[in-house]
Design a protein around this ligand. Structure first.
Ligand code: PLP
Length: 382
């Protein structure tokens, strides 16, 4: 079985050795736009490609505003700050995520609380969230949601759409509003993924995207906040542009702020990538069909897009029988120069976060033992 898998992957990515998990492709006008940036000398964060990239993204995801940033981690930190997260608050997220989710929370000087995921989405479980909030929180006089054990304010919920598969985000939003907690979606992995016909990242107060080199499309490094809230968008732009009050020559700043905007150079690559995004998505969906078909009659389960969803299938995932099989699969594929990767170690097990409060994490633990990502790059010779 494992050797048949090697043959399949080699046929999907002929001529590649090793075969990476997810390599970027530059098949559009990237070089042309980069040259234009250099010729124009607009290489920094002011420039037409930044604006164009933001407009294209807002239009694609169906959000009123998109604000480009240096990376997804910074975008998430800023989104949390604007949502009102303050030092010593608590922010609810899932333990099964890339470390950047927890780090962005920590960068605001808040503490994460980890709530279990659903087995069929790998994203935050609304049922476990509701149960945990019900038994662990109370309202303060001004109706903030307070953790009964730590007495800290819970000021945001950050669900994540794992590997591009949407979680049950509408239910999470409903629960958040019941407890007066805003939802910021970590949609870093899910550009091109829709839930009930609506783009991920546009359900909550704001969402964030990542354009890291391993994502479906890349700007080298980059991120985006997407939101329908005008005030939120204005604050995001202001605080990531050193808090400078717009003026022709005066340098006056009215807030402690950041230099977090995306450069025109990075945005130029992003515009070229967005122009071919639909093509990339179709190709990725075809790859997912090939894998699904391959694993259909085997003991290994292929992870399908959840109900009511259209996933970008950023990273294809399979579920092995247990830890032993998982380790054997990883060893065999790596020995054959095929890059596969186990799902992340749970955040609640990392030294920085192992004292954080958690719900029961049965599902996250189960998935952590079994899930592996398999090569998912755009297939050039398809
Ligand atoms: C779930 C998740 N959140 C946040 C990030 C952070 O994005 P970036 O690498 O652009 O900082 C990533 C990706 O890298 C991610 O996968």
């Amino acid at each position: 079985m494992f050797n048949k898998f090697i043959e399949l992957v080699k046929s999907l990515y002929p001529g590649m050795d090793p075969i990476p998990l997810h390599a970027p492709v530059f098949m559009g006008k990237e070089k042309e736009y980069l040259n234009e940036c250099i010729d124009s000398t607009y290489v920094s964060y002011v420039g037409k490609y930044v604006t164009k990239f933001e407009e294209m993204t807002a239009e694609y995801v169906g959000a009123k505003y998109a604000i480009a940033m240096v990376n997804g981690t910074a975008a998430l930190q800023i989104a949390l700050q604007i949502a009102g997260v303050q030092s010593y608050d608590e922010v609810i997220t899932q333990p099964l995520t890339f470390v950047a989710t927890a780090n962005a929370i920590a960068h605001t000087a808040a503490m994460p609380v980890f709530i279990d995921v659903d087995l069929d989405t790998m994203g935050m479980s609304p049922d476990k969230l509701a149960d945990w909030l019900k038994s662990n929180t109370k309202f303060s006089k001004n109706l903030d949601c307070i953790n009964k054990i730590t007495n800290k304010r819970i000021s945001a919920i950050v669900p994540m759409h794992t590997f591009g598969h949407p979680c049950r985000i509408d239910e999470i939003i409903d629960i958040g509003s019941k407890y007066n907690i805003p939802v910021i979606e970590d949609s870093a992995e899910s550009l091109g993924s829709f839930y009930k016909g609506k783009h991920t990242g546009t359900f909550g107060l704001a969402g964030i995207l990542s354009y890291n080199g391993n994502k479906t499309i890349t700007t080298g490094g980059g991120g985006m906040i997407i939101t329908n809230d005008e005030d939120f968008a204005k604050k995001a732009k202001h605080i990531t542009t050193t808090g400078k009050i717009p003026h022709k020559w005066d340098y006056v700043h009215d807030v402690i702020a950041y230099n977090y905007r995306l450069t025109n150079i990075n945005a130029a690559i992003g515009v070229a990538q967005m122009e071919l995004f639909d093509k990339y998505l179709i190709n990725k969906r075809e790859t997912s069909n090939i894998y699904r078909n391959f694993f259909k009659d085997s003991e290994i389960n292929y992870f399908n897009e959840p109900l009511n969803s259209s996933s970008n299938y950023w990273l294809n995932a399979i579920i092995l029988k247990g830890k032993e099989e998982k380790d054997a699969f990883l060893t065999y594929t790596h020995d054959n120069n095929i890059m596969t990767r186990p799902i992340w170690r749970l955040m609640s097990k990392l030294g920085m976060y192992n004292l954080c409060q958690t719900s029961n994490l049965d599902n996250a633990n189960w998935l952590e033992e079994r899930v592996v990502n398999i090569p998912s790059s755009y297939r050039i010779k398809s």
